[in-house]
Design a protein around this ligand. Structure first.
Ligand code: BGC
Length: 333
């Protein structure tokens, strides 16, 4: 596990903002540098989007120097449609296998409820199901080490507006807290986890919460040619040179996240950021390196989106890293 030391004067804490609420055994100085295992268990069915997570992949991530993984899971595709909304045991066993491998490798593992599409269509109609799924997960993982974090819901968005999301998140925290009083929970703003939507996020007074945001700015660069984004073919060829105007846009946004964190005394982390693999390689490298280092300067943990699919930094068939991008994420010492 990488321990990043901040130089600080005696009496000062190394991470005054981001990690003040992390419990003793995983206390500062630790900053997460992680990878999303995307397009695997968040696909409609495991393997459908071409990614099957293996122990070798998790070992490759650990050996490269990352200290955390985020595991996006489409629980809604594997839970009953009516009460008691039971999660299929064989699917949960698959999730367990990956979670356990990450924890055994000494990493922080973020278990994230991803792609809950029905919730984004009918929040009121899916509330009981959402809470029942979390109640089961909470019970199932109650004895897991504190290095397992839960993330309530990936990218909540319209019609789940700020008000309804704040209320739902609050209810969900109460459900999870019955069995997991001190587990770290990640919650992002209702505007698809944008930095801007942190301003409307209202969290209860709970020492073990971290606010999360996703970062894909400028979107026409990071998502050029993305099949799921209308009109993105017009952006193909967009580069990121790292000129002062381009840098300033990123600096201003990350400053905004950091000042929200210090104002509300809630740590923030960036648990998705990345660039599509078809973008110009040198632009990808410049952007990834700049965003990761700027986040670190603000004590903001980060997790790259994602390992070996459309935004990849690793080739699963060759079992090899894109070394230029790996070095942008984790610079050689
Ligand atoms: C979505 C992915 C998408 C990524 C980048 C994630 O939160 O779940 O499907 O590829 O963001 O847009």
């Amino acid at each position: 596990m990488i321990m990043l030391m901040n130089s600080c004067q005696p009496g000062e804490t190394a991470y005054p903002i981001s990690h003040t609420r992390i419990p003793s055994s995983i206390k500062p100085p630790i900053l997460l540098r992680g990878i999303n295992l995307g397009n695997a268990l968040d696909a409609p069915s495991p393997g459908e989007w071409g990614v099957n997570i293996t122990p070798e992949m998790i070992e490759a991530i650990r050996a490269a120097g990352f200290n955390s993984i985020r595991v996006p899971v489409r629980f809604s595709a594997h839970a009953g449609a009516s009460a008691p909304y039971r999660i299929q045991p064989e699917f949960l066993a698959l999730v367990d296998g990956i979670v356990d491998q990450g924890l055994e490798a000494g990493m922080i593992v973020i278990l994230d409820f991803h792609h809950f599409d029905e919730m984004m269509q009918d929040p009121a109609g899916q509330t009981d199901r959402f809470l029942a799924i979390w109640e089961q997960l909470s019970e199932h993982y109650q004895n897991a080490p504190e290095s397992l974090y839960f993330e309530l819901l990936n990218e909540p968005g319209d019609p789940l507006n700020a008000q309804s999301w704040n209320a739902l998140a609050d209810e969900c925290i109460k459900v999870i807290r019955k069995k997991n009083p001190r587990r770290i929970l990640l919650i992002g703003g209702s505007g698809f986890n944008s930095i801007e939507s942190l301003a409307q996020l209202k969290l209860p007074n709970d020492k073990y919460l971290i606010a999360t945001f996703h970062f894909y700015v400028p979107f026409n660069f990071t998502h050029q040619g993305a099949s799921w984004v209308d009109g993105s073919n017009n952006w193909i060829g967009t580069r990121w040179e790292g000129n002062s105007a381009e840098r300033q846009t990123i600096i201003d946004l990350l400053d905004r996240a950091a000042s929200w964190s210090s104002q509300y005394k809630i740590p923030v982390m960036m648990d998705e950021f990345g660039v599509i693999a078809s973008a110009d390689e040198n632009s990808r490298q410049r952007w990834i390196e700049f965003v990761a280092r700027e986040a670190e300067k603000r004590n903001i943990s980060w997790l790259y989106w994602e390992f070996c699919s459309e935004f990849k930094v690793y080739d699963c068939h060759q079992s090899s890293w894109d070394l230029q991008l790996l070095n942008a994420l984790i610079p050689e010492q």
